[in-house]
Design a protein around this ligand. Structure first.
Ligand SMILES: Nc1ncnc2c1ncn2[C@@H]1O[C@H](COP(=O)(O)OP(=O)(O)O)[C@@H](O)[C@H]1O
Ligand SMILES: [Mg+2]
Ligand SMILES: [Zn+2]
Length: 493
């Protein structure tokens, strides 16, 4: 069970924001003295308070009874803005990165706010915008209407064009010191009535690596695993600082192409309450050591291991092929961030492992990716079933393509599809998973799917997705596909 502490403890005013004193003080001052600018840039590592601070600021600039720069929470404006409204707009650039959306924004920007004095646009992950979207945004930033404030947030400041940087007041959010995180954990645990010992707090805070959000989500895993009575021993287990067995198991499973033991060892690792993002990071860290050893590095400090561990690591390194290790290192380093956005991080992690297994296959075993043929799906084709089987054949191949292209999030969502049918020139797919439906039902994604479908049947002109709440247990094509793909694709039940 997840408590989602990081959601529950989202700061409500500036005084709840920890560790960003300079930023908080400056913003409060600007509000008190009414010296606001029209564009702010919040940058810094994830989970340090960018989005939270942006929301508080958006609220505070509109509050009519602001106390020391904080929103009062009680005036008509504060109350109205705490409900969904059109004055404070949060845009996730990761999913709305196209120029049309920014153009749309540019038109709406001109309408005055309905509730307070300012309309505030918070554009999260702004580095994800496309070049043309940046240009469109730039035009607005050049001459923003008086009633508009932009807050751009990003973890990757180096990806922003200089033209944008030069138009914003920039604030750098910092990773938090260990002690601050420990104090914060204490107050969160006390409020939730979770018991703990001091040493565990340090261990958890250390694993959070300066991010409040990560610290709280690790705390989440630990607290649920320990049944709200946190002990050092259990914490250590969950965080796995001393326990690298699972990582070795997973790596061995990949190297020996043992899909069965791969799933088992991932399950075991997670069953111990380990957070999947930590597992992934540990995999990358561990593999990095092996790669360095293979490259002849033998300085303990560079390797970041204890002198006594040298022989053990060397032995492990000897068991793996250096090319596999290199690939594995980049793969796990690469998906670390994606895990955060994935609808199903477990599937994402496993499919990354599977793709490594496929890489290993290339070298040793000649096993081409199966193209689903009509005979594989169903040996005897009845005339009336022909269209249906054809639709399933197309779909199976599309699934493989999506996976091959490492479109992890999409691939995960597509494994919930449980019906496919062709009507005229349209391929209809059905899912009973609302989250997946919402993710796929987007013109950009459907276009990607259509282009893949066309690889296998050029006559299809359109792909549509339907959400089937009634039929939550329908397994129709999933069973067929499961059989065909066996261990190649893991389907959500
Ligand atoms: N500086 C902070 N002070 C208090 N809580 C924080 C801070 N930074 C992050 N958090 C916690 O992490 C969660 C996510 O923070 P968020 O503001 O979305 O981070 P960011 O936008 O920098 O990734 C918040 O709901 C809160 O629980
Ligand atoms: Mg954020
Ligand atoms: Zn107010």
């Amino acid at each position: 069970m997840n408590l989602a502490l990081y959601r529950e403890f989202r700061p409500k005013n500036f005084d709840d924001v920890i560790g960003q004193d300079y930023i908080v003080k400056t913003l409060k001052n600007q509000i008190k003295t009414d010296r606001l600018t029209h564009a702010y840039l919040f940058c810094g590592p994830r989970g340090t308070g960018k989005t939270s601070t942006a929301k508080i600021f958006a609220n505070a600039v509109n509050c009519t009874h602001s106390l020391e720069g904080n929103p009062c929470g009680m005036c008509a404006e504060c109350v109205a803005l705490s409900e969904p409204n059109t004055d404070i707009l949060e845009i996730d650039a990761a999913s709305n990165n196209r120029v049309e959306e920014i153009r749309d924004l540019r038109e709406k920007v001109n309408f005055p706010p309905l509730i307070g004095k300012y309309k505030v646009y918070i554009i999260d992950e702004v580095h994800m915008l496309t070049d043309s979207a940046f240009n469109a945004l730039l035009k607005t930033l050049e001459e923003p209407p008086k009633h508009v404030i932009f807050i751009l947030a990003t973890t990757e400041i180096h990806k922003l064009p200089a033209t944008i940087l030069s138009r914003c007041t920039r604030f750098d959010f910092k990773l938090l010191p260990l002690n601050t995180l420990v104090e914060h954990l204490k107050s969160v645990f006390d409020k939730k009535g979770i018991k703990y010992d001091e040493k565990s707090l340090h261990l958890i805070a250390k694993a959070g690596e300066g991010s409040v959000r990560d610290t709280l989500s690790i705390a989440d895993s630990v607290a649920s695993f320990c049944d709200y009575n946190i002990t050092y021993q259990m914490t250590e287990k969950v965080i796995g600082l001393s326990n690298r067995d699972n990582i070795k198991q997973i790596l061995s499973a990949i190297a020996s192409k043992d899909i069965n033991s791969l799933f088992v060892s991932v399950k075991t690792a997670l069953g111990r309450g380990k957070n999947i993002q930590i597992l992934c990071k540990e995999m990358a860290d561990f593999i990095k050591i092996l790669v360095m050893l293979k490259a002849g590095v033998n300085d303990y400090e560079i390797l970041d291991i204890l002198p006594g561990e040298f022989a053990t690591y060397q032995e492990i390194a000897g068991k793996f092929d250096v090319n596999l290790l290199k690939k594995a290192f980049s793969k796990f380093a690469e998906i670390e961030l994606d895990l955060k956005y994935s609808l199903n991080p477990e599937n994402l992690f496993e499919s990354a492992c599977l793709s490594l297994i496929e890489d290993t296959n290339i070298k040793n075993v000649v096993e081409p990716i199966p193209v689903v043929s009509k005979t594989v799906v169903q040996p005897e084709i009845k005339q009336d079933n022909r269209d249906q089987i054809e639709a399933e054949r197309i779909w199976g191949n599309v699934l493989l393509k999506v996976k091959e292209k490492n479109m992890f999030a999409l691939s995960n969502a597509l494994t919930t599809v449980n019906k496919v049918k062709q009507v005229g020139k349209t391929l209809f797919i059905t899912t009973n998973d609302l989250g997946s439906y919402e993710m796929i039902d987007n013109s950009e994604r459907l276009n990607i799917l259509l282009s893949l479908v066309k690889l296998f049947d050029d006559s299809i002109e359109d792909v549509k997705i339907e959400y089937d709440k009634q039929n939550a247990s329908s397994q129709d094509i999933k069973d067929n596909l499961k059989e065909v793909f066996k261990n190649k694709i893991k389907f959500k039940d």
